[in-house]
Design a protein around this ligand. Sequence first.
Ligand code: 5GP
Length: 191
Amino acid sequence: MKQLEERIARDGRVIGTEILKVDSFLNHQMDIALLDEIGKELYRLFKDRGITKVITIEASGIAIAVSAARCFNVPAVFAKKARSLNIGKDVYKARVHSFTYDNDYDITMSQNYLSASDTVLIVDDFLANGAALNGMISICEQAGAKIGGIGICIEKGFQPGGDEIRKKGYPLESLAIIESMDENGIVFRKQ
Ligand code: 5GP
């Protein structure tokens, strides 16, 4: 998605060689016009998949899920990051390793909001090693829900998550894929 790549190139900040900060437009301050376009692009890519729900993980995925869900005219549901003590019985649950904080946390989703009758579009802001996505895939499996698509805003193609998830056969589309990045600039994969 050209508009997203241009924005990343203009306003993204590379920290070291592995972390990209996009908090001036995507996951802290949010450019709603850009988010609208992201939602439309995800709809264009997955509109024929019979999507009944868009799911993500709080917090950064929520704005993207809302934008996409509006285009599909379906609900958006976010998995909550919960401490184990608070987790009730009526939830799907998965353990995720946080790339940005280097710790493990549980995500939960109420069984009321995802079931075997759903076909899901999973969305998130970033894809790095794939832990967050694998957590959401596990929640869909627990629910018996079908995964109709996976839509990521920014995939860091030099980290293994994207290739691993494609190899498993999931319909993954990333709107921008970064081949490499450092303080001199960002190189995008041609798509
Ligand atoms: P993964 O689980 O694929 O290793 O990492 C994806 C999750 O970690 C995303 O939900 C995102 O919030 C966070 N993340 C991974 N890499 C980055 C990054 O370079 N910048 C930011 N802001 N978040 C990232």
